[in-house]
Design a protein around this ligand. Structure first.
Ligand code: 9Z3
Length: 297
């Protein structure tokens, strides 16, 4: 991650760390059971594509097997159904052919995927457990510190708020013969605080706020901004997260939505989120430059 950040940073390319997917919290050290959450990784993987289109270099810190940029469009496909055998003169007597009609939009998606690969602007990094995630986020944040305001954090992963410390976890499988299960979980330390204050204080930081009750959404988003003093909270409600979000800053609230008509045409809310965020990042960099020029003069 440090090498990737250095390489792209030295060329003046903006670099974004996207976190994506849910986290797994083990209940036993030889884990049979764990606490998980709903996140599919669609927000993060779709956002990665739009950031790449906008010219950013992307570290995609994602949950193992959650959605991945480009291939995410085909996750509901059984790939065996997209292939067919045709007779050939090979030793096996067959060759494998792709049934292109089974893969909607594949030519465009493959073109974009190939050109992105060639550009070397996507670095995928995987996590599985909550503890992997916390360590990798810290490492990424430290790798980003030389980038100053060209660095962005886009924290879309759904990270557990609760965990069981290793010292309090039973080693072996919890026995059902012991009766109903009662567990006490500790609070996960909030990484946003050291990230903003210590690890990458010049970076542009976006966190996500998820609620199921729309009536408390904006108040919770504002509270997060006040607590962590970062730049943006993207607020969303579980059921409507694909079609509606609010981009909340200290001075502003922007409602972004995708209409039914746009949805039919294949417009995704992430395209609108990234357009909005990139504009804000540009003015953030501009404002910092102005401030540093003013202090030099
Ligand atoms: C989000 O709110 C993301 O938008 C979603 C995306 C996880 C809802 P999917 O992966 O869903 O496309 O299925 N992410 C952050 C959620 C979160 O846990 N935020 C915490 C909070 O709200 C802390 S920043 O308290």
């Amino acid at each position: 991650m440090a090498e990737f950040a250095r390489d792209h940073g030295s060329r003046g390319t903006r670099v974004v760390l996207i976190t994506s997917g849910g986290t797994k919290v083990p209940l036993e050290s030889r884990t049979v059971r764990f606490l998980d959450n709903f996140s599919s990784g669609r927000r993060g993987s779709a956002s990665a594509e739009y950031f790449l289109r906008a010219g950013y270099a992307v570290i995609f810190l994602h949950r193992h097997r959650s959605m991945y940029p480009y291939s995410r469009r085909y996750t509901s496909h059984n790939w065996l159904d997209t292939l067919r055998l045709v007779p050939s003169s090979d030793a096996s007597g067959h060759q494998v052919q792709v049934q292109q009609s089974q893969l909607p939009d594949i030519v465009r998606v493959l073109q974009e995927y190939s050109s992105m690969k060639e550009s070397g602007r996507l670095l995928p990094v995987e996590f599985n457990t909550l503890s992997d995630y916390l360590h990798l986020l810290q490492a990424a944040a430290q790798a980003f510190s030389p980038l100053g305001s060209n660095a962005m954090f886009y924290l879309a992963a759904a990270v557990s708020d609760f965990y069981i410390p290793a010292s309090e976890m039973p080693e072996h499988k919890i026995q059902s013969s012991s009766g109903p299960l009662q567990i006490t979980m500790k609070m996960v330390p909030k990484m946003l605080s050291p990230l903003v204050k210590e690890w990458a204080p010049k970076a542009f930081v976006i966190s996500f706020k998820l609620e199921t009750d729309p009536s408390i959404l904006i108040e919770r988003a504002r509270k997060a901004l006040a607590t962590y003093s970062h730049q943006v909270v993207v607020a969303n409600v579980l059921d409507s997260r694909r079609s509606y979000v609010v981009v909340v800053t200290n001075t502003d609230e922007a409602n972004l939505s995708v209409s039914e008509e746009e949805e039919r045409l294949g417009v995704e809310i992430e395209e609108k989120i990234i357009e909005d965020i990139v504009t804000r990042h540009t003015s953030f960099i501009g404002n910092l430059d102005e401030k540093s020029n003013a202090s030099k003069n």
